[in-house]
Structures are given as C-alpha cells and as structure tokens.
Write a protein that binds this ligand. Sequence first.
Ligand code: F3S
Length: 650
Amino acid sequence: MSRVTLAESAGFCFGVKRAIEMAYAEIEKNNGEPLYSYGPLIHNKEVTNDLDKKGLHIIESLEGVDKGTVVIRSHGVGKFLYDALEEKGMKMVDGTCPFVKKIHNIVNEAWNEGKSVIIAGDGKHPEVMGINGWCGNSAIILESPEEAQAAELDTDKKYAVVVQTTFRQSKFDDMIEILKGKGLNLDISQTICSATEKRQKEAMELSRNVDKMIVIGDKKSSNTQKLVEICKKNCENTVHIETICDLVLKNFECGDKIGITAGASTPPAIIKEVVVTMSEENVKVEEMSFEQMLEESLVTLHTGDVVKGTVIQVVGEEVSVNLGFKSDGVIPRGEFSRDTTVVPSQVVKAGDEIEVFVVRVNDGDGNVLLSRKRIEEQKGMEDIEKAFNEKSVVAGTVTDVVKGGLIAIVNGVRVFIPSSQVSNRFIEDLSVFKGQELEFNIIEMDRVKRRIIGGRKALVEQEIAAKKAALFETIEAGKKIAGTVSRLTDFGAFVDLGGVDGLIHISEMSWGRISNPREVLKEGQAVEVFVLDVDKEKGKISLSLKDASMNPWTLAVEKYAVGTVVEGKVVRMVPFGAFVELEPGVDGLVHISQIANKHVVKPEDELKVGEVIKVKVLEVNSEQKKISLSKRQAEAPVEEAPAEEAPAAE
Ligand code: F3S
C-alpha cells in the first residue's frame, strides 16, 4: 500500500470558497431572473459546469445583458463593471476576495493622490486586469525581475507598488531590490496572500519528503502552475492533473511515498477522489453533486459554539468572519469587546484568525451572529475565579468612576472597586485613576449574579509595610535623601520618602523665620532633606531642610566681628529693646539703652518694625545664638566699654 500525504491547505482558499458559497446562495434565492458570473467563477470546469446546470451562466462582457444579477468572482474586476451595472440597474453579488479588494482600494487611493501604480504580476491574469481597472488602466505591469530591470521609470515620480496575490514572494523580493536600486520613490504594499504562501510552503516541504508528487488543479490556474513549478524543483516525479482521469496509475508503485496538493480552485470532491484512489483503500466514493461535496466540506454550527474563523473585512467597525460555514458570521461593534474603548479595525484586519462565540446561527439576515466579547468574558471570568481562589493579584484598567467607587476591566470582565477599597486612605477625587492600570485582589465573587468586587486596600498596606521596612533598614540620622512633599499642615510638611512619610517641622524649614510652611514648600514638590532622627519603634522620621554646614551662626563670629558696623532690619520690638535681623536666621538685640544718645522710654518712640538701621556689633555668642548691637554707637561712636550688663538677644 502506498503512503499518501495530503497537504493541509490543499484546495479552496477562503476567498474562492466564499465566492462559491455566495454563488450557490444566490442560485437558491433566485426566482427566475437571469443569473451570470462575470468570467468563470473559478478555474475549474467541474465547478463551472455544475453552476451552469443550476442556472449561473458565464458572460465575458455586458453586451446584450441588461437585467438580472451578476456574480463577481474572487479575482475581482475593474471599476468599469461596477459603474456599468449601476447604470443598467442590475444587481451585483460581489464575490471579490477581501484581500483583492484591499489591493483595489490601495491602487485607487494612490491613483487619486497622483501616484503612478506598478503591479508585479501577470498582465493577462484577470486579477491583475481587475486591479489595473482601479487606476484607469494606467498601471505599469512587471512580470519578472528582467522586466523590472528593463523598465524605464522616472525618479521624480512617486510609485505605489502592489503585487498579485498569487505571486511568488522571492520573485517579488528580487524585483523590489531592482526597483530600489534605480533610486525610485516607492510606496510598497505587500499584498501576496498568505493562503498562497502557506500552500506553497507546504507543497515545498511535502515534495522534499516524498517519492512522487501529485498537483491537482486546472491547467489554466496560475496558482496551480506555481505549485507544480515548486514541487518539480524538489521532486522530479511531479505530475499535474486536473482530475483523477489524468492520472496514469501505472506510474505509481506499491510502497511509494506520495504527496498530494491542489490549487486554490480545486474542489474538495476531486481531491478526495485522488486521495482515495492513491491510498488504494477500498472506499467507495459516493456519487455526490458538487454542491453536496462542498456542503460536506463545510462546518456545522450551533448556538454557544466557540469556533475559529478568518476575518473577511471590517466595515463600519462591524467584523465579517469566514467560518467555513455556508454563511459568513458578523461581530457587531457592541459584541467585539467588553472594553468599549477598543476599536475593532485597530485590533483585527482581513486575513486574521479570530476565535468567536456563536450567539445565533441565523441573525435574521442569513448571517451568523457572533461575539468576541463573550470569549473575553469567559476567559476573563476563568482568570478572575482563579485569582479569587488563589488570592492572587489581577491587573485591570479603570474605565469609569461611578458613585461609590471605580469600574475596572480585567480581561474583558467588569470589576467594581468600592472607594473604601481603592487605597489605604480616603481619596477625595477618584477621577485621577481613570485610564490607569491598577493591581488589586478579587475580594468577593458571585459568578451567577456576575458580581465581582475588587480591593486594593490590603495590597497598598502590604506595599507600604514592605517599603517602610526597606526604608528603615537603610535610613539613618545625618543622611541627605530625596522625597516629595505629600501634605502641608500649619506646623510642618510631610514628605513621602518612597512609601513612608517623614515630617519637617516648621522650625526646620529655614534658618530664617517663617510663619507658614506654605511660604517655603508646596504639595507635590520634590525636595532634598536631612534626616534628623529616626524612631524605628514608633515608625517616625524627623527631617530638616536646613543644611548644618550652612548654619549662619557658625559663621557669625567672623562675619560680625565685635566693633564692626553693619546694616540690619528691625523685626520685633520688646519693652527692653528691638531685635534686628542681620541676615535670615541671625537676629541681634539693640538694648533700649543702646538705641539713642538720650533716654528712651519705649523702643517704638525711636524705631519702626521694617526699618533698616546701622548697628555696631558689641558682642557675639554663636553657641547661644546671641548678638548684642548698638544703634547709638554706630551713629556717634563714643568711648565706652561694651555694654556687658545689657541683656543679649535670645
Ligand atoms: Fe484566495 Fe483570496 Fe488568497 S482568492 S488565494 S484567499 S487572495
């Protein structure tokens, strides 16, 4: 018995399958109106004959055709046909593969922007002809690296480059290299279809590992021809057949390792027939119509199924999905994600594989109603349940601030965080959390009622405790550290040192005199502070903004030498004299007897607060922070001993 391996992606690609499904659906709906396909729907006589029998006839032009419906094949057509059908008032069923449609849009947009279009592909292929029809048939069509080399192109122009979906990647890469080498201004769109690439890669792999290779597909199909080309390079015993009738069985021997692949237009029935024959299994291939075979190859769906599909297109943020089912699925915008900020067209594109939940097999318009949101919810719910049971932490983005708390979305599931659980302290304005990703625990969960409560309080407390422990390990008196002012009071400022607050008392904010901490600091300000004291037991840290090396009293003895005359500002009056500020933090006392060369009853009689006066330094005691001053001696120096008995400044 021979060992037969069928390539996984042999046969219909999703674009072809979709167009055929659309055609059969149209035949079923038809009520006697003429029905046409513009050119053969696919390169396969078996299929086109079957369709013809059922009433879908091939036309090559609209000449003499004025009513009915025209089905467009997956290769697509130029803009002229859309216009002509509209003009004639005829109906169109657009089976253009979404990947080809995308090329039409690129080309049309580039053309409208004044760019020239280059198509890498076979100029005689209907797909390329159709693409050319979206830029007024003005495209430069290059089929090979040689043609790219020979092409006379203009370095002053802008070129939009697209490529036929079934083109060989390596050939396209070579052509791009050549075009780039000409110094052209190129806007390159990679439009080779991954279905083709996948089929070609599988054919290459398979043909390397078998004795004989069979490629099934219409002789006119370009993608089948490319498969033959690839397989022949690796396996010289490669044959190209259209149906089982072309197979010369005597060329195959018992025990041969046989690989089978098929072009994108090869129906499942033909592939099955070849596989069965080559497997030498006594399987009777039942007489089935093509439609039955196609039907057999399609999946069945039930409400509640979770299935994989391929995105066909995203229009108006509604996602169409090919499920391999007889009708396509649709994910309405509202069913795409629990997170209402998610924009479907930014998440998925045509060709992406997507997992979906079947909400209804027929939504009333013949489509399958799908939901991606439910998949998110199911997965999210499982994750949340696990986190709840294991008391582990989850992360979610805050989407709303509601009465009494926050709403966060965790893997598509809505979690309510009450305001008392947002932090370890009351937060007045919860809106600061909107849009933020937060970590929290699930503290309550009722899956049936879909009631899920999150809490961060314990987590924040744990974090603070850990930070505190780490800080107390390293902090010590005398160190200079950085922090941020977290809160101001009348008596000082609390500074966040990285999860733990320390206090700067008002007296430690300046060497000078201040009456309110707000004169020096504001909330949120970054500061560098000196650690004065650490009480690990009470968890208290005293801080200072004052740098000991800048203590003005240390320098006062030199700066204010006895006998010198300096200027100062009167800052305070007392019954026995006036205090004069020499610099911030250094005040001296002018005793009442030293104010004037006459008897002074009250200091206010001679001085005003705020007045700048000249004073002579009589005595300096930097340890006790006291300086005695004389105004009278500064103005009219007299020979007398320093006023020893005069009380010094405090
Ligand atoms: Fe098929 Fe469309 Fe790709 S027709 S080969 S899926 S471009």
